[in-house]
Design a protein around this ligand. Structure first.
Ligand SMILES: Nc1nc2c(ncn2[C@@H]2O[C@H](COP(=O)(O)OP(=O)(O)OP(=O)(O)O)[C@@H](O)[C@H]2O)c(=O)[nH]1
Ligand SMILES: [Mg+2]
Length: 222
C-alpha cells in the first residue's frame, strides 16, 4: 500500500469512528415495573456498579445520550427512561412514535419463573408486540417503513439474582434458557413482520461489560 493510500485509510477510519461517536442511535427500553430499566439507563451513563434504585419511574424522562465503548469501539445511543407500570405504557407508544427507535430492548426478570401466576412480563410483552407489528399507530396514523424497529431484543436482567437457581445448561446456548420461553410466540409474530429478534442475559446493576456487549451486538448484527 502506498503511503498516500495508507493515510487515506487512517483518515477514513478516524472519520467513521468520529461519526459513530457523534451520531446517536435511537434505542427504546421498555418492560414491566421493577425489571431494571432505570438501572440500565444509569449503567449506560456511568459504567460500574449502579446503586440500588428505590423509586419507581413516573411517566417519561426525556431521552439522553450515552456513549459506550467496548474493545476500543465506541457508539453513542439515545434512550428514554419510562415507567413500567401499566399506566405509563401509553408513554412507551409515544416514545416509539416520536423517536422511532431502531432497536428495542424489552427487559424482563425472573418473576415468571418464581411464580406461574405472575404474568407481568407476558402482559407487557403482548402489549408491546401488538403495537410494534400493527400497521397503524393507536392514533390512527399509518406507519411508514422507518416506524418499525430493525430488531427487538429480550433482555433477561438480574442474572446475579436468578443465575444459581435457574442455571444455564452448558449443553445449550443461552438463548434456549427457560426464562425466554413465554416470549417465543411474540417473537415469531415479530419475525413474520420482518423484524429481527434477539435474546440476551444481563445484570444491569453490576455487569457493565455484559450490558455494553448486548448493545454493541445489536448494533453490529442487525
Ligand atoms: N441484583 C440486581 N438488582 C437489580 C438489577 N437491575 C435492577 N435491580 C434492582 O431492581 C429494582 C428495580 O430496578 P429499576 O431500575 O428501578 O426498575 P425499573 O424497570 O426502572 O422500574 P420502574 O421505574 O417502576 O418501571 C431496583 O431495586 C434495582 O436496584 C440487577 O441486575 N441485579
Ligand atoms: Mg424506572
Amino acid at each position: 500500500m502506498s503511503m498516500l493510500a495508507g493515510f487515506a485509510v487512517v483518515v477514513t477510519e478516524a472519520a467513521i469512528s468520529f461519526f459513530k461517536r457523534i451520531h446517536a442511535i435511537n434505542f427504546g427500553v421498555y418492560g414491566a415495573t421493577m425489571v431494571g430499566k432505570t438501572t440500565l439507563s444509569h449503567q449506560l451513563r456511568t459504567r460500574g456498579e449502579v446503586q440500588t434504585i428505590n423509586e419507581r419511574t413516573v411517566g417519561l424522562h426525556r431521552a439522553t445520550r450515552k456513549t459506550i465503548k467496548l474493545d476500543g469501539d465506541a457508539h453513542t445511543i439515545r434512550s428514554s427512561d419510562i415507567g413500567g407500570e401499566a399506566i405509563y405504557w401509553k408513554e412507551w407508544v409515544k416514545d416509539m412514535q416520536i423517536r422511532k427507535p431502531k432497536y428495542v430492548i424489552f427487559m424482563i426478570d425472573h418473576r415468571h419463573l418464581d411464580s406461574n401466576a405472575n404474568l407481568d412480563h407476558q402482559v407487557a410483552w403482548k402489549f408491546l408486540v401488538d403495537i410494534v407489528i400493527n400497521d397503524y399507530w393507536p392514533s390512527g396514523k399509518r406507519k411508514k417503513e422507518k416506524d418499525y424497529p430493525l430488531a427487538v431484543s429480550i433482555w433477561a436482567n438480574k442474572h446475579d439474582i436468578w443465575g444459581d437457581k435457574y442455571k444455564l445448561d452448558k449443553e445449550k446456548p443461552m438463548t434456549k434458557h427457560e426464562i425466554f420461553e413465554p416470549f417465543s410466540y411474540g417473537m415469531k409474530k415479530l419475525n413474520d413482520k420482518g423484524i429481527a429478534t434477539h435474546k440476551f442475559i444481563v445484570s444491569a446493576k453490576s455487569e457493565p461489560d455484559m450490558v455494553y456487549r448486548g448493545i454493541t451486538t445489536m448494533i453490529k448484527d442487525y
